[in-house]
Design a protein around this ligand. Sequence first.
Ligand SMILES: Cc1cc2nc3c(=O)[nH]c(=O)nc-3n(C[C@H](O)[C@H](O)[C@H](O)COP(=O)(O)OP(=O)(O)OC[C@H]3O[C@@H](n4cnc5c(N)ncnc54)[C@H](O)[C@@H]3O)c2cc1C
Length: 434
Amino acid sequence: MTVSVAIVGSGPAAFYTAQALAEQMGDTVAIDIIERFPSPYGLIRFGVAPDHQTTKKVSRAFEKTAQLPQVRFFGNVEIGRDLNLDELRGLYDAVVLAVGAPFDRPIGVPGENKKGVYGSAAFVGWYNGHPDFQDLKPNLQTKAVAVVGNGNVAVDIARVLVKTPEEMADADLTDQAAAVIHAAPITDVYMIGRRGPIEAKFTNVELREMGKLDICAPIVDAAQLPETIGNLDDDRERRLKERNLATLKEFVGMASQTKPRRIHFVFYASPVEILGGDAVEGIKLERTRVVGGRAEGTGEFFTIPCGVVIPAVGYRSVAVDGAPFDAKAAVVPSQDGRVAPGVYAVGWIKRGPTGVIATNRPDGETAAEHIKADIAKGAKPGRIAFQTLLEDREVRIVTFADWKKIEAAEIARAKTPSPRRKFTSVAEMLGALG
Ligand SMILES: Cc1cc2nc3c(=O)[nH]c(=O)nc-3n(C[C@H](O)[C@H](O)[C@H](O)COP(=O)(O)OP(=O)(O)OC[C@H]3O[C@@H](n4cnc5c(N)ncnc54)[C@H](O)[C@@H]3O)c2cc1C
């Protein structure tokens, strides 16, 4: 009998798993991808920057996977709401958890709850049309914003805040976000890193974009740049760091540019407190030095006045009811993806929130190998019983064909050259289905 596999989530980790299962097991496997939203692709839709459409094109390969004969997409079905993990385990020979890491890691300083502090998961979700974050309604009526973090997410946020409407014309920023961001009087964005340029996590393509913006100049303090990157054994890592350092040095050379907006790279600065009354008025920072790769406070403090603080220091997962959870590491603990008999984990819920889209591919391949090795033949009812249960519970299942209709409606209502005008609520997406 066919081995039935339910994959919970439809981000990159889920699709790489489905792809690997289909490749490794052919027609001896039936794969159901279960997603809480009517739209597939997880952070490709809701995380990747709206002006990085080329990156989002990876979903074309996932679309082919979704249309394989072994694969079915069950959108608008949430595990924990429509049915629980134990029920799912009763129905499928294998369950793969691919639920990602949807929440912000706090920076852990006083003042973090003030009005005007917006975590990156919420803020990025808001401008990308994630239904959970449409109530955020950030107040961006300020001249200065501090983005805490030195990774690609921080770079994305800084760039989206300072680009002009013309530069964003071919993006899929939501209408609501475009209206708020483009009406904001922001002139200065401070990107704050606890450590230095060598330790920064952003990649070079993203960094270089900061030097090519229409009305915004990158500001780098030459005194914060080391002469060389020092000794690094890993070749790939060394090349990346050398490129970043060279780019930052070029930015110093651009200091004479007079543009009305600026992105300031503030290295060696650790947040101590978010200042203000009810609302943010500034951020207090302690100068650091890097010792053995770690930031150490120097006892010297300074303040950057700003009306908004966006912590972008990482994401965190939450427990899935019925599965073990390591609260400290914020992951589902596993033996290289094996969680419990018949339960597997892939992607950010397995490894934590690091790496790019393709980093999730090996997780999927490994999970498929485990499932193939662990389950010789199917013994559980799988898809038909799952579908019957959802129908009994009156769940409105969104099929992949339904999703294509929603997508077509988003494309049809877009203003050229924007690729789509996103629906930002589940009701709107379902409404497009009539
Ligand atoms: C802001 C941001 C920008 C990024 N930009 C890039 C980039 O430009 N390039 C790049 O290569 N990488 C980028 N990444 C990294 C990339 O997005 C991740 O590596 C990848 O999305 C992680 O995949 P995942 O499948 O583990 O999680 P996710 O993509 O988060 O997918 C998890 C899916 O599970 C669903 N789900 C959760 N709980 C349930 C449930 N109970 N029932 C049903 N479904 C559920 C979610 O709705 C979601 O669709 C970015 C990440 C972020 C946060």
